[in-house]
Structure formats: structure tokens, C-alpha cells
Design a protein around this ligand. Structure first.
Ligand code: SF4
Ligand code: SF4
Length: 408
């Protein structure tokens, strides 16, 4: 479909990029079949094709309507539509540009701006999350049941990872923000598992949030600053020969793999960002290529349902990598349905769109539970915590099943 850019956007590279993406859509509507929000509401404007039209109108009129904002806000950015689209429309990138544009040319309500600012003030900082979690756990006995469920229990970390072995092979772990505060066991387990394979997993203390929280909340410049900070922290380790930048949260992984694209116009960071993106690997991607026979005896053999996050399946195009790794070490996996469906976590979505998020959560848990699993595993902190609020069985990061030093 042809886009006639409004004169206000004639000098905007982002608007031109958005117009090119819109023009690649042939409006066949196949994407609606796998879009969770369209499947929930059956409103064309809550599907990818409808949202593409809303962005097209914005590019042509130079105006952002409340209707466009509402329906773009309801999008999970799960990118299931990209996997389904026969024309290769880069919907995720378009949604990011569209959201930033909505906030630039039209003003959000005061309350929405405050909530978004608060989220950006808390979530990218593990120290602030730790304080919040500490308060939540302390006051938990007097909180209503619905709120209590949202506070993840403190993890037992008695068995610390061994000190680095000074192995020949080294990889760098992104410690991230929410995960390092809420489920620190994940990276400890990854460190122990890789150590058994002769790989030291090291962290750069100055690195932190991957930038996704700010970037997806329409604060692109703030997100890009987090990315530059991480690149500066990792670069000396890359120069010392680190083989990979490992992400154990697929939501972070998808954006680290995009650093090269997002910083391509920054003359100081473009080359380094591209190198970081080339080195970025999800943990399952790394283990998929290793000999895992040493783990068949130690692996947790409980009946396990696997939730492969959207950011792994659709964002990183690594659908099946989790199941392959778990299959190699003999973990019995239960049947599941609706594997393409988002669990409703989607970064900050569960906070900003709680009704839709809860409906998707219930539907996802039903799909994961049809074969009576004893536990559920996933590869993203957001999914893990979100599923954990309502699941009747424990929800873990999958690497815990291979951990030679399992904590309770
Ligand atoms: S499937 Fe692709 S080409 Fe078809 S309407 Fe959706 S985004 Fe457009
Ligand atoms: S990203 Fe997900 S929620 Fe958004 S339009 Fe695509 S399929 Fe629908």
C-alpha cells in the first residue's frame, strides 16, 4: 500500500523507515490468525493489519489519535505476526516507531505519563527492584492475596557458583535488571552448567539493563544510553577474547541482538554495537551446540511443560532450541497447545494492560497444563514471574533443570 508522508515527516528517517515497512504489507490478513490480541477481541484495530493502517494514517495526517494510541498500546510486541507474515513485514520495528511517534505528536494523559515514568525509574535498576521486593516480602503477611501472589519468593542461594576456573573459553553474561534481583539463581545455574563444559561465564559489573524497558516505552534515547553503557562495559572483555555475550532472559537477548541496528547511525558506537550483536547468544543456542552427555545423570527428570517465550520463538527465531536442549539430557516434556500464544507478560504489558494480560495468562496456563506437568519451564524472567503468579506447579528457568548444584 502506498504511503504519502505528511510534510512534517519529510526529514524524518524513522518516518521514512516506517513508511517503507507499511508499504511492504499486502494486507492479506494472515497475521490476524496468530495475533493474541486480535484473537481476544476480534477487532481489526487490535490485529497487526489494523495497527499498520493506524500507523499509515498517522504518517499521512501528521496527527496521532487517541484511537491509534489505544490500539498500539494493546499490542504485546510478541511478533507472532512476523512469523506468520508471508511478506516479511517487520512489524516489531514498525510498532516501536509508531509508539514513539504517538508520544511525540500527541500527549498522553498525566496519569499514563506518571505510571510510565515510574516504571522507567524502577525497572531498569536492580538495586531499586531489590528494595521493592524486600518491602513487598516484609509486608506480604498483611497484603491482599492478589498482591501477595505477585511477589516472587526469595531464592535460596546457599550454594554459590565456584570461583572461575581460568578456563580457555570465556563468555560474558548479561546480569540484567529484574532477573538479577528476582531470580539470581538463573545466572548462578548458568555459570555452573557452563563451567562443567569448560567455559567461564563472567559478568561486567558496570553493565545492567539491556535498554528494552525504556526503548519499548517510547523513551528511545534513554534506552540507547543503556545500550551504550553496556557496550562500554563489555568491550574490554570482547577484546580479551570472550566468545559470546550470553543472555539468559530472551526478552533482553532479542534487543542485544538488535544493538547493531539500533545504533547504526551513532558514529562512536555503530561498529562496536554490530560486533556485540554478532556475539549475542541465547543460552539455549550455546548449549544446543555443546556435548551435553555430562548432564543426563544430573538433570531433573520431573514431567515438564515448556513455555518458549515469544522473544525466543518470534523475536530471535529460535523456536525449538529449548526443547532440543532439554530433550538431549532426557527431560520428559509434556504435551502443550497454543505454543505460538503469548503468556501476557510482554515486558511491562502486564502492568499497563492488566485485563488483557490476565486473560492471556489464564489461556496460556490452560494450554501448558493439559498433560498434567509437575513443573513449567521458560527462558524469560518476565514469563517466569507472570506464569508463577497463577500456576499451580512451580515455574522455573529451564537452566535450573541442568544445574549440578540444585537449590530448593
Ligand atoms: S500477514 Fe503480513 S502482509 Fe499480510 S496483512 Fe499481515 S502484516 Fe500485512
Ligand atoms: S506483535 Fe503480537 S500482539 Fe502485536 S500485532 Fe503482532 S501478533 Fe498482535
Amino acid at each position: 500500500m502506498y504511503v504519502k508522508l505528511h510534510p512534517d515527516f519529510s526529514e524524518s528517517p524513522a518516518a521514512k523507515e516506517a513508511a517503507d515497512i507499511v508499504q511492504s504489507c499486502v494486507h492479506c490478513g494472515f497475521c490476524n490468525a496468530t495475533c493474541p490480541t486480535y484473537q481476544d477481541r476480534f477487532d481489526e484495530r487490535d490485529g497487526p493489519r489494523g495497527r499498520i493502517y493506524l500507523i499509515k494514517n498517522m504518517l499521512e495526517s501528521g496527527q496521532a489519535s487517541d484511537v491509534a494510541r489505544t490500539h498500539l498500546d494493546r499490542c504485546l510486541t510478541c511478533r507472532a505476526c512476523e512469523t506468520t507474515c508471508p511478506s516479511g513485514v517487520q512489524y516489531g520495528r514498525l510498532a516501536d516507531i509508531g509508539r514513539e511517534m504517538v508520544d511525540e505528536i500527541g500527549e498522553r494523559s498525566f496519569s499514563q505519563r506518571i505510571v510510565r515514568r515510574l516504571i522507567r525509574w524502577v525497572f531498569p535498576y536492580s538495586s531499586r527492584i531489590r528494595v521493592l521486593l524486600g518491602l513487598g516480602r516484609f509486608f506480604s503477611p498483611v497484603l491482599p492475596q492478589a498482591l501477595r501472589r505477585d511477589i516472587p519468593p526469595r531464592q535460596n542461594l546457599d550454594q554459590r557458583p565456584d570461583v572461575p576456573t581460568l578456563a580457555d573459553r570465556k563468555m560474558v553474561a548479561l546480569q540484567g535488571c529484574v532477573q538479577s534481583a528476582a531470580t539470581p539463581r538463573t545466572n548462578h545455574a548458568a555459570q555452573r552448567v557452563l563451567q562443567r563444559l569448560g567455559i567461564d561465564l563472567i559478568e561486567a559489573k558496570a553493565a545492567g539493563c539491556c535498554g528494552a524497558v525504556s526503548y519499548h516505552l517510547g523513551a528511545a534515547d534513554e534506552g540507547l544510553d543503556f545500550m551504550r553503557r553496556n557496550i562500554d562495559a563489555w568491550w574490554p572483555l570482547v577484546e580479551e577474547g570472550a566468545e559470546a555475550i550470553i543472555t539468559t532472559a530472551s526478552g533482553c537477548g532479542v534487543i542485544v541482538k538488535d544493538y547493531g541496528e539500533l545504533l547504526k547511525s551513532d558514529p562512536d558506537y555503530a561498529v562496536k554495537a554490530l560486533r556485540i550483536s554478532e556475539l549475542a547468544k541465547d543460552l539455549s543456542e550455546v548449549l544446543d551446540k555443546e556435548d551435553l552427555s555430562a548432564f543426563t545423570d544430573v538433570a531433573d527428570k520431573s514431567r515438564t511443560a515448556v513455555h518458549c517465550p515469544c522473544t525466543l520463538t518470534h523475536g530471535q527465531k529460535l523456536g525449538g532450541s529449548l526443547q532440543r536442549v532439554l530433550g538431549k539430557v532426557g527431560i520428559p516434556m509434556t504435551k502443550t497447545t497454543e505454543d505460538h500464544l503469548c503468556c501476557g507478560s510482554a515486558g511491562t504489558y502486564s502492568l499497563l494492560q492488566p485485563d488483557m494480560s490476565q486473560r492471556l495468562l489464564k489461556r496460556k496456563l490452560k494450554a501448558l497444563s493439559i498433560d498434567d506437568p509437575e513443573q513449567i519451564v521458560t527462558a524469560n524472567i518476565g514469563c517466569q514471574l507472570h506464569l508463577g503468579t497463577q500456576s499451580e506447579v512451580p515455574v522455573k528457568h529451564w537452566i535450573e533443570l541442568l544445574d549440578p548444584a540444585k537449590s530448593s
